[in-house]
Design a protein around this ligand. Structure first.
Ligand code: C5P
Length: 289
């Protein structure tokens, strides 16, 4: 049996500037992304008698266990470019990252699948990058992970010096939205766009020590009015832990981060909040040299 496995980390955005809407309908971004220790596990089997996708683990619920899964779509994109056959591929995901929270789990699984297939098939970096972007805008970042400046719609990834270790606590509500990311971008279109200054300010102090108050996210302008109950949850979390929290990507997950190991105290204090609380930390990308 020929099988490869790797972990697929979650991410947060340390800044996220939405600069404007492009002619192709996507939005021009300037964002600093950071991978976390919280990770799914991706296993790809290359000689499977039953091809397809299976999903297990604590956050498997709601993740498609069929060919609509982003990992399968990414693999198909790579086969289009390499001429390899997808016929005996089986992708098995163990989900530790809550789905649709803004933590990038689906994109990370897809990018990790591509990296594993690259190892197996010897595909070029250019083909892997093209397949990643065809699967979704966050996928190019996850090909390497770590700390990176991400621009364009997600296709321009510039590695940054690794952020020093930071503790992170995630607060993940159950609230969801249909076509979440597209809906949030549409709401942002009704507001003035970001100038990019927040990302500039963050870059000027990299690699430094950060707290959640140093983090900014252009989606916050609309997210607390768009996700039912999210504004109230943020208030409850901030009151409970006595510090600000920020939105992860397009949300609705919230996070606290800090350079000291306060995650245990913060997670304990948050036990009774109406959300899933997950302790983790920042990490360099699993693929980083
Ligand atoms: O690329 P991805 O499939 O992750 O994007 C989901 C949706 O989010 C897109 O269809 C698009 O509406 C929106 N999007 C955007 N600008 C980006 C990334 C995503 O408008 N940079």
């Amino acid at each position: 049996m020929s099988e490869l496995a790797a972990s697929a980390p979650a991410k947060i955005n340390l800044s996220l500037d939405i600069l404007g809407r492009r002619e192709d309908g996507y939005h021009e971004l300037r964002t600093v992304m950071q991978t976390l220790g919280l990770a799914d596990v991706v296993r790809v089997q290359l000689d499977a008698s039953s091809p397809g996708v299976t999903v297990a683990g604590p956050f498997a619920e709601g993740v498609p266990a069929d060919e609509s899964n982003l990992t399968w779509q990414a693999a198909e994109e790579l086969t289009k470019r390499t001429g390899k056959s997808i016929g005996q591929l089986h992708v098995h995901l163990t989900k530790h990252i809550p789905a649709a929270g803004g933590l990038g789990g689906g994109a990370s699984d897809a990018a990790t699948t591509l990296r594993l297939l690259q190892q197996a098939w010897g595909a070029s970096d250019a083909d892997v990058l093209a397949a990643a972007l065809a699967a979704g805008s966050d996928e190019p970042f996850f090909l390497r992970g770590g700390t990176a400046l991400v621009e364009g719609r997600g296709e321009r990834v510039t590695p940054l010096p690794a952020l020093p270790w930071h503790a992170v606590v995630l607060f993940v509500p159950r609230t969801t939205l249909d076509r979440k990311t597209a809906s949030l971008f549409t709401a942002v279109d009704q507001t003035p766009y970001d100038t990019g200054a927040a990302t500039e300010k963050l870059l000027a102090r990299q690699p430094g020590q950060l707290r959640a108050r140093d983090v900014s996210n252009g989606f916050e302008r609309v997210a607390f009015d768009t996700f039912p109950g999210l504004g109230a949850l943020r208030n409850a979390v901030e009151k409970t832990i006595g510090e600000p929290v920020r939105l992860a990507g397009a949300g609705p997950a919230l996070f606290w981060l800090g350079p000291e190991d306060d995650a245990g105290t913060i997670a304990d204090a948050s036990r009774n909040l109406p959300c899933t609380v997950i302790r983790t930390a920042t990490v360099e990308g699993p693929w980083a040299p």
